[in-house]
Every structure is written in structure tokens, then in C-alpha cells.
Design a protein around this ligand. Structure first.
Ligand code: ADP
Ligand code: MG
Length: 728
């Protein structure tokens, strides 16, 4: 056995975890390291507090004098907690979080030093933007960028650093991060939804979007993970034969959480409590060593920050427990991959969840308006929504016969399907009093406020209504939720804006009553967005055929899917809703295409290296043992040796054919890579990586995995699936 593999297994078996006690109540820990409303009340002057709250609630600007006060109080608060540094914390388009620490410490002459933190440092910083992806903006515009304080997401302490959530934009104003367009989209949906709410309740002043993510992940022994170059460099295994037992028995799902994993979870959850991340649910997932963590939902911007922060601290805390967290969507072939369901809804400042059926006909009509407009938005922009979740790693789930499929559809359940059918039959134009009463009492009034959704049937749906929210299930486990949340909120904002215009027109021009106008517009929407509604099995080949007939797109890979980002319609949409300018949309597209190319390129190099430098030499070594064996048999048995060594000779031949299979395909892959690299056009290059380079991964893997079954376990260099997934 290779020394690394041997060492990893041995060390892992030595670990005999004991459940760690939790000393403090979680509710006592919650938000302790966050400069939240509570801390602000304590540390800020009345004026400063009011200024920040107005910024949070109504997006009002914070003036310089207030910013100085806030900074100074933040510093005082942080110093009481042993903090020495501060950083602007942001989410560039690399997919990770970024920070650059500065000490509070400053000298003021005469050998005197103080701790200082002023409004200007709180409000704005200038990190070197040239090291972050900017998709060509740099070539056309000013290279430098700056980060600017986002007061709607509270500052927090991690370790000994005060982290201030910020946006990250180019000097010329273009967004270079996930947060900026998200904030604009949330503003757009607030404006559009508030206007629609006024039909039903004049008191509504603000609508916020909520997000509850469900993070899936794998936990693998740190040394075992380190023994695999593919995991170290790509976050997933690129080869490895399935273990004899996979997830067939589902015994992990129902089983108790192993102590070692539980210790990790408890420390992670404690850290989350301190950081104000309201984590609530944890459980085993379907695959061995796969788990899920979910919080109580929050306002979308905060929820996105919290998920990014979580993904970061997960890795650090795992290391303390000798684990490596795998957030990749498909770390192991043959077992379930990981996703991150995004539960989404809209709610008013009067405390109403707009996607929950209400108790009165009027509140139900409001619910139906938001419900149907969301479906209509998804139908109109299904390709764009698909693009928002496209990545090289998520391609392993979408379009690879794993839930959910690459085709976007909406599941609403039996009861609401019936309601929509009845609404579709509403008379055009004015309604008779009898009709109106009938509608209100028997259709709208009869929507139960608790909806039974058949979870078995909606499991394969990428976008399912689950009683009081929509669940966007196609988001990848590694994704920054900012991207799908920006798109979802933008398309819903645009749809609600159009809805308002249509309803107003009917009221003004056709002299309809408000509710008649609403019914009329909704009826037409239901008719037009039928094709997106699907209650059946999302995996089946029949659905692919049917979806095609319905005109839904089925973009199975990232280069194809991303194109919808820069369609004329998408560019116009983002411009109209003031979420992204044309330049920003195009820059983002370029960054994502380039990320895809880089991703496949790295994987290709890693696989070539492992196949040639690890697998082939091992196979040759074992083959030599067999050759020696056959030679020995010949010596002993002389002419009879043929029958005695028949199987060994077959094996020697098999091994040779797999070695050949590897070498031939690795050569092909290198040639394909060279050809792809020579292409100047990035779309063509991405296509070449997708269709010419990537398919060879499967061929190379096939031969490597076959060799794993033939070659002596003692000398196999890579830690095996069964060892990574089943060592306890
Ligand atoms: P499950 O899907 O396991 O049955 P729930 O449906 O209660 O559990 O919640 C799943 C996730 O959805 C949780 O993260 C929860 O906070 C979130 N969620 C619940 N209600 C909303 C809402 N109105 N908006 C956004 N997320 C929500
Ligand atoms: Mg759920």
C-alpha cells in the first residue's frame, strides 16, 4: 500500500471520538459576536442608532458624521472582545470570500500608539482589484475598485478580526461581486411587490425577500483526502471504483450521526450561534458521510452573507476535527451529489408572507397574485434561471440523471392545480355579482391554509411550491446563493411590474373593479404559463420529449446554459430593472465562461497526471509480479505450464489493454486540450473543453477503475472509495 494511503487509514482508525459537551445555552450565545441591533443600542448614540436603522429599513444614506460615530463605537465594542484588526469582507466573483486585515493600531508621534477606526475606514476601502476576476471591465475602464460598507448586513467578529460586509465595485461603478446586483434586485422586487400589495393593503410600505438555504456537504477524513491529488486540487474524486456497498440500504439516512461528525457539527453550530447564523436543522443525507445543515430563513441579503460565511468557517472547523469538508456537487461517482435548496418567499413589513395562503378571500387573492406571477416569471425566464445555477461542478447533477434535471419546471401540487384550473374558467371582462360571490367563496375562499404537498412526487422538481414558499432545488452546494437570488428576485420584480401595468390598464380603460381586473389578468397568465407546470417525474426520458414540445429549454451543460445570460432579453431585463448594466451582464458572462474553461482544464491536468504517474506505474509493478509468477510456473511445470498459468496470462493481457486504454486516451486528451487552448474565442474554447476534452475523462476513468479491481490492493496508491466513505 502506498505510504500515504496506509498512514491515512491507520491514523483515522486511531481516532476514538468522545462527544464534546456544550457548556452554554445556544440562545445565550446567539449573536454575541455580531454588532447587531442589540449591540448598537448599547454602544451608539441615539442619532447614530437612528441613522443606521434608517439605512437598514429604508435604504437611507448614512452621513459622514454618523459614520464616524458608528466606526468609533464598533471599535470600542470589538476591543472589549479582544479584536485587533478589521477588514472589509466581500464576495468577489471567484466564488469565495475576500478579506484584507488592517490593525486598529496607529502611531501618533512621540512613540505613542492608539487604537483607531474612523468613519472613512468603515465606509470605504481600496483593495487591489486587479487580482479578482472582472471580465474585461479592466480593459475598458479604470482598473482599481473599492469596497463600500453595506449597513444592512451587520459587522461581525471572526477570530480576532472585525469583519465589515461590503460591496465591491470598480471605480467606474460596475459591480465586481455578488452582493451589489443582489442588493439592486432586492430593491427592485421591493418596489414592484409593494406597489402590487397596495391593491390589497394600503399600509404595506416594504416587501422583503427571504431565503432559507439547505447546505449539503460531505465530511471526509483529512488525511485520506490529502492522499488523493484529485480531491486536493479539484474538490472531487476523478476516479475510484465504487465501493461494494453504496447508499442502497439507506442506513445512513436513518441512522444516528456518527460522534466524530457530531463533534464537528456542534463546534460549527456554536460558531454559527456566535456569528448570528440561526442554524437549526442537521441530519445525515442519503450518501454515506453526507450531511445537511439548514438555518431559520432570513432576509435574503443577510442569508446569502451567512451562507458564504458558513462555507468558509466549515472548512476551518473541519480541519480541527481532522476532516475535510467537500462542498463539491459530485465528490463521488455512484452516490448522491450535493445541492443547496434555496427556499424563497416575499413578505411585507406588516408581517404577511405573500406566498402563504391566507384566511380570507381577499388575502387569498393576494396570495394567488404573487403565486401566479412567480410561476409566470419562471416560465418567461426559465433559461435565465437555469443559467443562474450553471457551473462546471453543478453539471454533474443537472442533466446527469440526478435530481433535479436541467429542465426548469414548477411543481405546485394537486390542490393548487385545481384552483388554477377553476380560475382559468373565469369570464372575460366584467363579472356578474353571482360569479364574483361564487369565485370568492368557492375558489379563492376554499384554498386551505395548510397545503399537503406530496413530497414523493415533487422530489425531482427543480422549483417546487412547498406550502408557503418556493423551493429552488437546482442550486449547487458550492454556489454563492447571491447569483440565483439576484436572478429570481429580478424576474419576479419585472413580472410584478408588468402585472401592475396590466391591471391598472383594465381598471382605467375597461372600467373594471380592482378584483375583476386582477382575476382577468391572472386568468390570462395561467393560460400562458401552463407549459412550465409539471407534476410528474423529472428524471424520465418522456419528460425531456414533452418539455421540448412545450418549448422549454434543456441545457445540459454550462457553456450552453450560460448563453441565456447574455440574450437580448436578459440584457434588457437587467437594464430595465436597474440590476446590471449591459457591461456588467456581459462581464459576468465572460467571467463565468472563463471559470468553466479553467475548471475543466485543471481537472484534465489532474486526471492525466494521476492516470500516468500513479495508476500506470502501479499497474506495471503488479504486472511484473505476474510475469515473474508465470516465469516461475514455467520453470516448475515445464510444458504443462500453459494450463497452470492461463489465468495469470489473461490478467497480464487485461492489464496491458487497460494501460493502453489510459495512454491512448490521455494522449487524445492532451491533444484536445492543446487544440482548445489555441482557440481565441472564449465561447468556442468552452465548447471545445466541454465536448472534446471532458468526454475523455470517462474513458480514462473507465480503465483506471478497472485496474483498481485487478491490481493487488496492497500496492494501490489511492485511498479507495470504501475507505473514504466507510471508515468509522
Ligand atoms: P423541510 O423542507 O425540511 O420540510 P421547512 O419547509 O420547514 O423544512 O424549511 C426548509 C427551509 O425553508 C428552512 O431553511 C426554513 O427556514 C426555510 N423556510 C421556511 N419558510 C420560509 C420562508 N417563508 N421563506 C424562505 N425560507 C423559508
Ligand atoms: Mg426542504
Amino acid at each position: 500500500m502506498s505510504t500515504l494511503r496506509f498512514h491515512a487509514i491507520k491514523e483515522s482508525l486511531k481516532i476514538k471520538p468522545v462527544l464534546v459537551e456544550e457548556k452554554e445555552r445556544r440562545s445565550d450565545l446567539f449573536g454575541k459576536n455580531v454588532f447587531n441591533e442589540n449591540a448598537m443600542r448599547h454602544y451608539l448614540t441615539k442619532d447614530a442608532f437612528k441613522g443606521v436603522m434608517n439605512a437598514i429599513r429604508y435604504g437611507k444614506k448614512i452621513d459622514r458624521n454618523i459614520a464616524d460615530q458608528v466606526a468609533s463605537s464598533m471599535k470600542d465594542w470589538a476591543l472589549t472582545k479582544g479584536v485587533t484588526h478589521y477588514t472589509h469582507w466581500f464576495q468577489p466573483l471567484t466564488g469565495t470570500t475576500a478579506e484584507k486585515h488592517d490593525a486598529f493600531f496607529e502611531t501618533i508621534g512621540d512613540g505613542i500608539a492608539v487604537e483607531k477606526f474612523g468613519g472613512s475606514q468603515l465606509v470605504q476601502q481600496e483593495p487591489d482589484a486587479s487580482s479578482f476576476p472582472n471580465g474585461g471591465i479592466r480593459n475598458t475602464f479604470e482598473a482599481r475598485g473599492y469596497t463600500a460598507w453595506d449597513p444592512t448586513s451587520p459587522a461581525f467578529i471572526y477570530g480576532t478580526t472585525l469583519c465589515i460586509p461590503t460591496i465591491f465595485v470598480a471605480y467606474t461603478g460596475e459591480a465586481l461581486d455578488y452582493k451589489t446586483p443582489l442588493l439592486r434586485a432586492l430593491n427592485a422586487v421591493d418596489n414592484a411587490a409593494t406597489a402590487v400589495c397596495k391593491y390589497f393593503d394600503k399600509n404595506v410600505k416594504k416587501v422583503s425577500s427571504s431565503l432559507g438555504w439547505e447546505q449539503e456537504y460531505f465530511l471526509i477524513d483529512k488525511l485520506m483526502a490529502a492522499s488523493r491529488p484529485d480531491i486536493a486540487l479539484t474538490g472531487r474524486t476523478m476516479l475510484g471504483h465504487s465501493a461494494a456497498k453504496g447508499q442502497q440500504l439507506d442506513d445512513h439516512y436513518f441512522g444516528s450521526i456518527p460522534t466524530r461528525a457530531l463533534n464537528f457539527m456542534r463546534e460549527l453550530e456554536t460558531e454559527c450561534m456566535l456569528l448570528g447564523i440561526p442554524v437549526k436543522t442537521r441530519h445525515n443525507e442519503v450518501a454515506p458521510n453526507q450531511f445537511e445543515l439548514a438555518p431559520i430563513y432570513e432576509e435574503a441579503n443577510l442569508a446569502v452573507d451567512h451562507n458564504s460565511l458558513l462555507m468558509d468557517i466549515m472548512g476551518r472547523i473541519a480541519a480541527r476535527h481532522n476532516f475535510k469538508v467537500l462542498l463539491h456537487e459530485k465528490p463521488f461517482a455512484g452516490v448522491n451529489g450535493s445541492g443547496k435548496h434555496n427556499n424563497w418567499s416575499l413578505s411585507t413589513d406588516t408581517g404577511v408572507n405573500l406566498l402563504a395562503p391566507g384566511k380570507t378571500p381577499m388575502s387569498n387573492l393576494q396570495f394567488l397574485a404573487f403565486f401566479i406571477n412567480t410561476i409566470k416569471a419562471v416560465h418567461t425566464h426559465e433559461a435565465l434561471l437555469r443559467a443562474a445555477i450553471a457551473s462546471a461542478s453543478n453539471d454533474h447533477r443537472l442533466g446527469a440523471n440526478e435530481a433535479p434535471p436541467a429542465i426548469i419546471s414548477v411543481f405546485i401540487g394537486e390542490q393548487l392545480t385545481k384552483v388554477l384550473e377553476e380560475l382559468e374558467g373565469v369570464t372575460k371582462g366584467k363579472l356578474s355579482p353571482k360569479e364574483k360571490t361564487e369565485l370568492k367563496l368557492n375558489v379563492v375562499g376554499k384554498i386551505p391554509d395548510v397545503l399537503l404537498d406530496n413530497t414523493d412526487r415533487n422530489r425531482t422538481s427543480p422549483f417546487a411550491f412547498t406550502g408557503n414558499k418556493f423551493e429552488f432545488r437546482a442550486v449547487g452546494s458550492l454556489a454563492n446563493c447571491g447569483n440565483p437570488m439576484t436572478v429570481l428576485n429580478t424576474i419576479v420584480a419585472k413580472q410584478l411590474k408588468d402585472f401592475k401595468i396590466e391591471v391598472d390598464a383594465l381598471i382605467d380603460k375597461k372600467d373594471l373593479k380592482k378584483d375583476e381586473a386582477v382575476f382577468n389578468v391572472l386568468r390570462e397568465y395561467i393560460k400562458s404559463c401552463r407549459p412550465i407546470l409539471f407534476e410528474g417525474n423529472g428524471y424520465g426520458a418522456e419528460w425531456e420529449k414533452e418539455a421540448k414540445k412545450r418549448g422549454l429549454s434543456n441545457n445540459r451543460n454550462t457553456p450552453e446554459a450560460l448563453k441565456a445570460r447574455v440574450s437580448k432579453a436578459s440584457i434588457a431585463l437587467f437594464e430595465e430593472m436597474q440590476v446590471m448594466s449591459k457591461i456588467e451582464t456581459e462581464a459576468r458572462y465572460e467571467i463565468e465562461v472563463e471559470a468553466y474553461i479553467m475548471h475543466i482544464q485543471i481537472e484534465s491536468r489532474v486526471l492525466g497526471d494521476i492516470a500516468r504517474n500513479h495508476i500506470v506505474p502501479t499497474a506495471v509493478k503488479y504486472q511484473n509480479i505476474l510475469v515473474e509468477n508465470v516465469r516461475g510456473l514455467k520453470e516448475i511445470f515445464e510444458e504443462k505450464y500453459n494450463s497452470v498459468s492461463k489465468e495469470q496470462i489473461n490478467l497480464i493481457e487485461d492489464i496491458s489493454s487497460h494501460i493502453e486504454g489510459i495512454n491512448v486516451n490521455v494522449n487524445k486528451m492532451i491533444d484536445a486540450r492543446k487544440a482548445a487552448n489555441a482557440l481565441k474565442d472564449i465561447e468556442k474554447k468552452a465548447d471545445a473543453y466541454c465536448h472534446k476534452v471532458k468526454p475523455l475523462f470517462d474513458d480514462i476513468r473507465y480503465h483506471c477503475d478497472k485496474l483498481e479491481l485487478l491490481v493487488d490492493d496492497e500496492i494501490w496508491p489511492l485511498t479507495k472509495y470504501r475507505e473514504m466513505l466507510f471508515t468509522r
